[in-house]
Design a protein around this ligand. Structure first.
Ligand SMILES: [Zn+2]
Ligand SMILES: [Zn+2]
Length: 341
């Protein structure tokens, strides 16, 4: 059995997203890389839980994480964006479209599983890097004005997230986990939560470096984390908004939609909040004013979706999607031809 990894974006004449993994076997087998990511995540969670329990801070840390990641501002932004999507949709569709309902189940998973997981990963990485790479700390940052220190840290965190996103598209083991996010054919603000829980590991690891380097043992102000999450959530909205001149700097829904485009260039528009990283890497593709909304999703059928003929009821399909990255196999889920505008 041979595993062939071919660089994106074209294989066998079919445009695909991420590195193509052509498996010449005819049976699915376990993905050791996904098992490795799962083991690493479990180890880090165990480390964070035992350390917090020793200090008696487990409950308060989880509550603080919930307050940052599910702040009223984040929930308010989601509701306001859903209303805007009804008024100015990039792609008209029913409010109870299959994609919306399914992303709703991902939102429930986000609240129940992902938010505590993100909180514990953040604690574990801060502890790990703070102990072993404290030499990374930039001297003298304590004398910087507070606003400057926070601004530089946030910008570098965004750069770290760009790098993690680039890696998601470049390396097959990471793409196996990230593909689920790209499988959405009915993009909406809720698609921000459509992600495999294990896909957060590289981003959290890389984003912790600038925090350790610039802020040492101090943590970021919760309001800043909440603000950053809001800016990172909005770009999935089903809106054709490009933010005008601001959209040259800040990722807009129209800009991020091109990243999800069915026949778009893979590895482009990887920015989470700022476009500057894409511009520097020559991977920015700015939306054309007045252009119709491009279809989104995965053309290669590598992820079972709610739109595929064998799509199941939502919680059952969600379980299938969470398990799929643990296998490498020849499974291809046929998908209907996308409706072109
Ligand atoms: Zn992506
Ligand atoms: Zn996205």
């Amino acid at each position: 059995m041979t595993l062939v990894t071919v660089p994106a974006p074209h294989w066998a004449g079919v445009p695909v997203r991420g590195p193509v993994v052509a498996d010449r076997s005819d049976r699915a087998r376990l993905s050791l890389s996904t098992l490795g990511v799962a083991a690493a995540t479990s180890g880090l969670v165990w480390m964070a839980v035992s350390s917090l329990e020793r200090r008696g801070g487990l409950g308060s840390s989880l509550a603080a994480g919930r307050a940052e990641l599910l702040a009223p501002l984040v929930l308010g932004l989601v509701v306001a964006t859903l209303l805007c999507e009804r008024r100015w949709p990039a792609e008209g569709r029913p409010v109870l479209a299959r994609g919306h309902l399914h992303d709703g189940t991902f939102f429930a998973l986000h609240v129940i599983v992902v938010v505590p997981l993100m909180t514990l990963l953040g604690v574990a990485f801060a502890q790990l890097l703070g102990t072993h790479v404290s030499w990374l700390e930039v001297p003298g940052t304590a004398s910087w004005p507070g606003w400057l220190l926070l601004a530089v840290t946030i910008v570098l965190m965004d750069g770290a997230n760009w790098l993690a996103h680039w890696a998601d598209h470049r390396f097959a083991p990471l793409w196996r986990l990230h593909a689920l996010h790209h499988s959405q054919e009915e993009l909406s603000v809720l698609t921000s939560f459509r992600a495999h829980p294990l896909s957060h590991l590289p981003g959290f690891l890389l984003a912790t470096f600038p925090v350790i380097a610039l802020m040492g043992g101090h943590s970021m102000a919760p309001a800043l984390i909440t603000g950053y999450i809001c800016l990172g959530t909005l770009p999935h909205a089903n809106l054709n908004w490009s933010f005008g001149p601001l959209g040259r700097i800040v990722v807009s829904p129209a800009y991020h939609r091109l990243h999800h485009a069915l026949d778009g260039k893979d590895g482009y528009n990887l920015g989470v909040v700022l476009t500057v990283w894409d511009v520097l890497a020559r991977r920015a593709q700015f939306p054309t004013k007045g252009a119709p909304a491009t279809p989104t999703g995965l053309v290669d059928g590598s992820v079972r979706t709610e739109q595929t003929p064998d799509g199941r009821w939502h919680p059952g399909l969600l379980m299938t999607q969470l398990v799929e990255p643990f296998t490498i196999g020849p499974t291809v889920h046929p998908r209907p031809e996308p409706a072109r505008p």
